[in-house]
Design a protein around this ligand. Structure first.
Ligand code: 3AL
Length: 176
């Protein structure tokens, strides 16, 4: 899609806005729907802040729900071709679409352990990582206390959202 400026964003009707921004937070178009009501936005940072403030205002069950909307990295949805376009691009960019069978199995085991321990999937901004680093980071985060891990995972959701928004607005992403 053609990058757009903030005036264009502010002129969007509800349907268009949700079509364009509905997956800034993976499979959570409700957040874009809520953010639309807060227009006009002064710039990309302002728009982004509304997405993030919505997440921060949720109770813990809602924040965990957002994490649960994320597909596993190199998981079943990738194999089945049912990832969102954004997620597929991110996972492919990190090399997760070309793992060999052993790497896939190792990641599947770690993903399962993580989900069993915390009750939500392991979330990491794949565009800021690569195939060799993902299992290392997963193994490291598996040992973190749950409250800390919830914070870390939501910070990753925001990194993913930041990169998706920067793409849509044709802005250089901040150093995350
Ligand atoms: N599980 C997980 O982190 N998934 C997300 N990460 C990312 O960069 N894109 C996703 O869909």
């Amino acid at each position: 899609m053609q990058a757009m400026d903030i005036e264009k964003v502010n002129s969007m009707d509800f349907g268009e806005f949700v079509d364009v921004f509905g997956n800034v937070i993976e499979r959570c178009p409700l957040i874009a729907a809520a953010v639309w009501s807060q227009r006009p936005f002064s710039n990309l940072e302002d728009l982004e802040k509304h997405f993030f403030d919505f997440i921060d205002a949720l109770p813990q069950s809602g924040r965990e729900g957002i994490l649960r909307c994320h597909p596993d990295l190199a998981g079943r949805e990738l194999q089945q071709g049912t990832l969102s376009a954004e997620s597929r691009r991110e996972q492919s960019g990190a090399g997760l679409t070309s793992l060999d069978a052993d790497e896939r199995l190792r990641l599947a085991e770690l993903n399962a352990q993580y989900r069993a321990r915390f009750g939500f999937p392991f979330v990491l901004a794949a565009r800021r990582s690569h195939r060799a680093a993902v299992p290392r980071e997963l193994a490291r985060r598996l040992r973190c206390p749950p409250a800390q891990e919830l914070r870390t995972a939501l910070a990753e959701v925001k990194k993913i959202g930041h990169l998706r928004l920067a793409d849509l607005l044709g802005a250089p992403p901040a150093r995350l």
